[in-house]
Design a protein. Structure first.
Length: 342
């Protein structure tokens, strides 16, 4: 099939997306597909630019606000009007964060009448908003840490009010954030006051979430099947941006060395989360399991990292599926759905 891999975008996860995109493009070529790599800001990538991005990896810090502002001014390229893309069978979305993952790009592709991988505009928008996600999980009877939300433009509560409601330590994070950006763990009253003050500049709904210490576990979904459970052991206290994307900052174990009853429970919960949020094709669901064995769903990722060493590909590898096979499977799921008129 002819596949266009969409990557880059203008979110603060742009570099992560480029790293995913160029590796997905290479894997799909290895699987026998005709592939075009597309940065949604700058257009079709020349082979030498692809190689440079593949060698570069992800920097220690995300793009600055100045870099992102420059890219926003350029706008999204007219993807479906490019002559090179007219006969594309499937658009593979390797975008992360922002309009690439919140349903905006999915809506544009649906209006254009083209086939693309992953969840549709509704599933993406539901999962991207962590506060909406938590409400849906709660209504579906899926355990998620207790929280308080501060609507955009509203005055945040005092540190004392948050502490009284949720205790300490407490997680402070942006409802629309990804890659653990705009996420802090406040251990005491002073740290919480500082985190609240910094959150004023996030331009997003702010979530205060009860902190549950425990083991961080993740489950990938491909099609309608849960993959082997993985465990994340970060060098920092939480699995932050540095631990996610810098070499040696986290140990990722697939399959996780956990009791079989945990495996069964987490896989069952993951499929319930996937369905409650109306996701399709694939996702990755993250949990904390506390010392008493209680599983708490933290979030769902509709477009998880897709480098060869990302969590979902590692889970697929533990299930006997190579990275090229995984990428090709996602393309085939989209194509089959299109043929069935869904």
């Amino acid at each position: 099939m002819k596949v266009a891999v969409l990557m880059g975008g203008t979110s603060d996860e742009r570099e992560v997306s480029l790293a995913s995109g160029v590796q997905v493009a290479g894997a799909l070529r290895e699987a026998g597909h005709d592939v075009i790599a597309v940065d949604t800001v700058t257009g079709i990538l020349a082979p030498d630019r692809e190689r440079a991005l593949r060698d570069q990896g992800v920097r220690a810090l995300p793009p600055s606000s100045e870099e992102l502002a420059w890219m926003d001014e350029r706008g999204t390229v007219a993807l479906t009007r490019s002559p090179e893309l007219e006969d594309v069978d499937v658009f593979f979305l390797a975008l992360h964060g922002g309009s690439g993952e919140d349903g905006t790009m999915q809506a544009l592709l649906e209006v254009a009448g083209v086939t693309y991988t992953g969840s549709d505009r509704l599933g993406c928008s539901l999962a991207m908003d962590k506060e909406v996600t938590k409400r849906l999980l709660r209504d579906a009877g899926i355990p998620t840490p207790e929280w308080r939300a501060v609507p955009l433009g509203s005055e945040p509560p005092s540190a004392s009010e948050v502490e009284q409601a949720l205790g300490l330590p407490v997680i402070v994070k942006a409802s629309g954030g990804g890659s653990s950006l705009r996420l802090e763990l406040a251990h005491d009253h002073a740290e919480l006051k500082g985190a609240i003050e910094r959150s004023r500049g996030w331009n997003d709904v702010v979530l205060f979430e009860r902190y549950h210490p425990g083991r961080e576990l993740t489950v990938g979904i491909v099609g309608d099947r849960a993959l082997p459970v993985g465990e994340i052991v970060p060098r920092n206290e939480i699995f932050d941006y540095e631990c996610k994307y810098q070499p040696g900052m986290a140990e990722e174990i697939f399959p996780a060395d956990i009791p079989e009853r945990w495996v069964t429970r987490l896989q069952e919960l993951s499929l319930r989360v996937h369905r409650a949020l109306r996701l399709r094709d694939y996702s990755r669901i993250d949990f904390i399991v506390d010392p008493e064995g209680g599983a708490w769903c933290l979030e769902a990722n509709t477009l998880p990292g897709m480098t060869g060493n990302s969590l979902l590909p590692k889970a697929a590898r533990a299930d006997g599926m190579s990275f090229p096979q995984l990428c090709s499977t996602l393309v085939e799921l989209a194509a089959r759905r299109s043929q069935a008129g869904r």
